[in-house]
Design a protein around this ligand. Structure first.
Ligand code: HEM
Length: 357
């Protein structure tokens, strides 16, 4: 074994083949363009490999506690890779729009839009087909090779990481534990918080009638928002604007609010890692959209989309874990948090550091 054989370097370094060379009109930066894209695809491959860890641990009806740490580690690694992928745009941006024009027309109709691995990442994380922006009225898959279309359709029919996390959340213990019911305790704390806010507004001599009414209306609106997870019309389906069912949202809220408890540390880190991934993927989309605007202005993409406009929209809309971000609306200050009864606290702490009793 030597370095070159192990890494199959002869093959690896022979697969950067600029179209501009083949056609005898060399464009110096096409090599950079190819290397950057190939490097992306290698990292996509690694991300998919890390997602396997999560898929194996998060089956539909069971998650072994001992596996959660491994999943958090894999998701954290995905986030680190995504950070590198965001920064990698800097390298491509050293190519000027004029240099890109030297070979751009040779790419048509190919486009990063056809990256099957990127699509797999989206689908496996949980981007839903109905949430996608339509691409000239067609499915995004129509632009892909038949073999990739088949794989993506299969993945779409399976449960995504977001689906699996939702069913895991629905099984969260401690949300209801003997006579403790988080939803009740939290609802009461929220009601007290709003009553205090109302009281403060009514007692504030600085406010004129108009300001007073407006502030009270704001409180009412906030209360309405809280009702969307506290009083669902039907607890088995997501309330409008939400992806997860209310009980899963409550569990995620519980994990966020009581994350200092040892038993909730890893679940909290898992939810945080999912948000990191969602945010970094969105950051990549925004950076890519800006880079595209700089490179091609208002031209349409080589794949036929509206170009920058399409990418700006997809950066806004193609989110997987938006619910976890929206939950921040429902956090209440630690001082207003209902204290956990001793028996719940005891159940959530390591026995050898148990002080609750
Ligand atoms: C000069 C550099 C680049 C330009 C001008 C460019 C341009 C575009 C455009 C215009 C689109 C929209 C589809 C279309 O009409 O073609 C697109 C989509 C896409 N590109 Fe790029 N791109 C560049 C570099 C990259 C790189 C380095 C990657 C890394 C893999 C990449 C990955 C993608 C992906 C994944 C999509 C689909 C995004 C979505 O549907 O939300 N692009 N690109």
């Amino acid at each position: 074994m030597n370095y070159a054989d192990y890494l199959k370097l002869d093959q690896l370094l022979s697969i950067q083949q600029p179209e501009s060379d083949r056609l005898g009109r060399p464009a110096r930066d096409e090599l950079l363009f190819i290397i950057v894209h190939q490097a992306y695809e290698l990292w996509f491959k690694q991300i998919l490999n890390e997602l396997d860890v999560a898929d194996q641990a998060f089956t539909e009806d069971h998650v072994d506690d001992a596996d959660i740490g491994k999943v958090v580690h894999a998701l954290d690694r995905i986030a680190v890779v995504l950070r590198v992928l965001v920064n990698q745009i800097d390298i491509l941006e050293t190519m000027t729009p004029l240099d890109f024009l030297e070979f751009r027309d040779l790419l048509i109709p190919a486009s990063g839009f056809q990256s099957a691995q990127f699509r797999q990442i989206e689908v496996r994380l949980g981007l839903m087909p109905e949430a996608r922006i339509s691409f000239n009225g067609q499915s995004y898959k129509s632009k892909l090779r038949a073999i990739d279309q088949r794989l993506l359709s299969k993945l779409e029919s399976q449960s995504s990481l977001a689906d699996r996390v939702e069913t895991w959340l629905l099984r969260t213990p401690f949300v209801v534990w003997k006579d403790w019911d988080f939803e009740d305790a939290y609802s009461r704390a929220v009601a007290t918080m709003f009553a205090n806010e109302r009281h403060m507004i009514s007692e504030n001599p600085e406010l004129d009638q108009e300001q007073h009414d407006r502030q009270l209306r704001n409180v009412e609106q906030s209360e309405d928002a809280f009702r969307s997870i506290l009083q669902p019309v039907d607890g088995t389906v997501a309330a409008p604007g939400w992806r997860f069912r209310p009980q899963a949202l409550l569990a995620a809220l519980f994990i966020n609010l009581y994350r200092d408890e040892p038993a909730l540390q890893l679940p909290y880190r898992l939810l945080t890692a999912l948000m990191d991934i969602d945010e970094l993927l969105s950051t990549w989309r925004h950076r890519h959209a800006l880079m595209v605007q700089r490179m091609i202005g208002r031209k349409i993409g080589t794949g036929g989309s509206s170009g920058h406009d399409y990418l700006k929209n997809s950066a806004e809309k193609h989110r997987m874990f938006g619910d976890l971000f929206a939950l921040a609306t429902f956090l209440i200050p630690r001082s207003a948090l209902p204290p956990l009864p001793p028996h719940v606290q005891r159940a959530m702490r390591y026995q050898y550091t148990d002080t609750a009793s």
